[in-house]
Design a protein around this ligand. Structure first.
Ligand code: PFF
Length: 469
């Protein structure tokens, strides 16, 4: 079914909405903790390389497909490439469902942190004990409840259609998030751990990075930039032909990367400035997975002027950053049923949302509430151990599956589609360029050779047992 597409209200519309999709828990939650686990510097450098060499060209490729087809997901690939290529859209929707099912659980933590900060703002801050976060994770009903709340918020918005609503909301919230983030970083700059944090993040010592870090960085680039499942195809489909794909992609990639780095600087500085926290994190007593939710309140309440107001506000914005990402995922998943089966949006959102929520329940209980779900692992099962590595627990397994397999394979599909299947003349005509120029050539050759070779190398590395989620 072909649909007439809306367009973004303004030139900034795409940039804001796409940045909203990209900036999320991947930047604020995942990037700092995997950077810590990989010992910083060298990992950050490899990540930046992956963003420039893979992320930027593939983002431009996805936007190109959406903008040209004026459709999202499978129908976009089908329109430009025929039925066979539409499988890329279905793979994307499946990846979106997998990511949503655990992303919702972590997004729910931001609601809890907001609530907790309200309590601290009114009743005074108490440093939580080192096992407080573990206890929270192990509370199954609480995890399911928070996940359900977030799922409902997401469904309520996707139900209305993402066009204008997302654009307006992101236009207000993204700048506030930038300002608070900068204020956090500036405050952190007055803390004693600053130099150690900078050294850890910005001086590369490749000897200290585990080999798997190379691969983990690439997976994170896909995840953080919302690539490999068609989110940017969907948002590109609302773009006007007069808007520049290159400029828009550069903006989104820069905003996303800046957020990730700032989050890292703030969190590392706090951890390295507070001796008890440093000892606990280094000894592995405080799981790095909860870094965002453990370390930042410490800064707000103990160091920051105005922290009592800013702490709850910050976690509302984290929830918002997560929501603007889950909206794009929800749209990718629901639109498959709308486009393919002709379902009403309401039916599509309710049914796909319900299925994803069932998956979320398993993820929510895999953090300690259910022993069976928390300890499930495939590390000794042939074939499955190749796919899931040494990960343990449903949430980690799903994250591994999405970052290691589904997104890179989806990204590879896009590089082949735009780089090899579509004809140069066609692309140039769509872009309104007469003759290929340097930027065009760089882009196309990245898509043709550099990106596919890097992704295939990555897939081979995973297939031979490397773990990088
Ligand atoms: N980019 C989001 C984040 O960093 O949190 C996660 C995400 C959103 C991945 C949308 C993929 C996607 F299509």
């Amino acid at each position: 079914m072909t649909m007439q597409r809306d367009t973004w209200d303004s030139k900034l519309g795409f940039i804001m909405a796409a940045s909203g999709s990209a900036v999320g828990l991947g930047n604020l939650w995942k990037f700092p903790y995997i950077t810590w686990e990989n010992n910083g510097g060298a990992f950050v450098l490899v990540y930046l390389g992956a963003v420039v060499i893979l992320g930027l060209p593939i983002m431009m490729g996805e936007i190109f497909v959406g903008r040209t087809a004026h459709l999202s997901g499978a129908p976009a690939y089908k329109k430009l490439g025929g039925k066979g290529w539409s499988k890329l859209g279905y793979l994307g929707a499946a990846a979106g469902g997998v990511i949503l099912s655990y992303y919702m659980v972590i997004a729910g933590w931001s609601l809890y942190s907001f609530w907790q900060c309200l309590g601290w703002s009114f009743g005074g801050y108490e440093t939580p004990s080192s096992d407080a976060f573990g206890t929270f994770l192990g509370n199954g009903w609480l995890q399911i409840g928070l996940t359900a709340l977030f799922t409902l918020m997401n469904a309520a918005i996707v139900l209305r259609g993402v066009g204008r609503g997302i654009e307006r909301a992101t236009r207000v919230m993204m700048p506030i998030l930038v300002v608070i983030m900068l204020y956090l970083v500036i405050t952190a700059m007055f803390m004693p751990g600053r130099n150690e944090a900078f050294a850890m993040i910005f001086s590369a010592d490749f000897g200290r990075m585990p080999a798997v870090g190379y691969l983990e960085a690439v997976g994170q680039a896909f995840f953080s930039l919302s690539l490999g499942l068609g989110a940017m195809v969907a948002y590109g489909s609302y773009m006007k032909k007069s808007d520049s794909i290159t400029h828009s992609a550069i903006w989104v990639v820069s905003v996303d990367t800046l957020f990730a780095l700032l989050a890292c600087v703030a969190m590392f500085t706090i951890i390295l400035s507070v001796p008890e926290l440093k000892a606990q994190v280094t000894a592995g007593e405080v799981g790095t997975v909860g870094m965002l939710f453990i370390t930042l309140p410490q800064l707000f309440y103990t160091q920051m002027p105005g922290g009592v107001v800013l702490a709850p506000l910050f976690f509302i914005l984290v929830a918002f950053a997560a929501l603007s990402s889950t909206l794009s995922l929800g749209e990718v998943v629901a639109s498959i049923m709308i486009d393919r089966r002709g379902w009403h949006r309401k039916k599509a959102v309710m049914i796909t949302g319900g299925i994803v929520f069932v998956g979320s329940i398993f993820a929510a209980l895999s953090l300690g509430a259910s022993d069976a779900l928390s300890s499930v692992t495939f590390k000794n099962v042939p074939v499955l151990s190749t796919i899931f590595g040494t990960k343990t627990g449903i949430l980690s397994l799903l994250d591994h599956l999405a970052a290691n397999w589904l997104l890179p394979v989806g990204g590879l599909g896009t590089t082949l589609f735009v780089g090899w299947f579509l004809k140069n003349d066609f692309i140039l005509r769509e872009l309104g360029i007469k003759n290929s120029n340097v930027i065009f050539n760089l882009w196309i050759w990245c898509l043709r050779v550099v990106a596919p070779v890097a992704i295939v190398a990555l897939i081979i590395a995973v297939a031979t047992g490397k773990d990088f989620s």
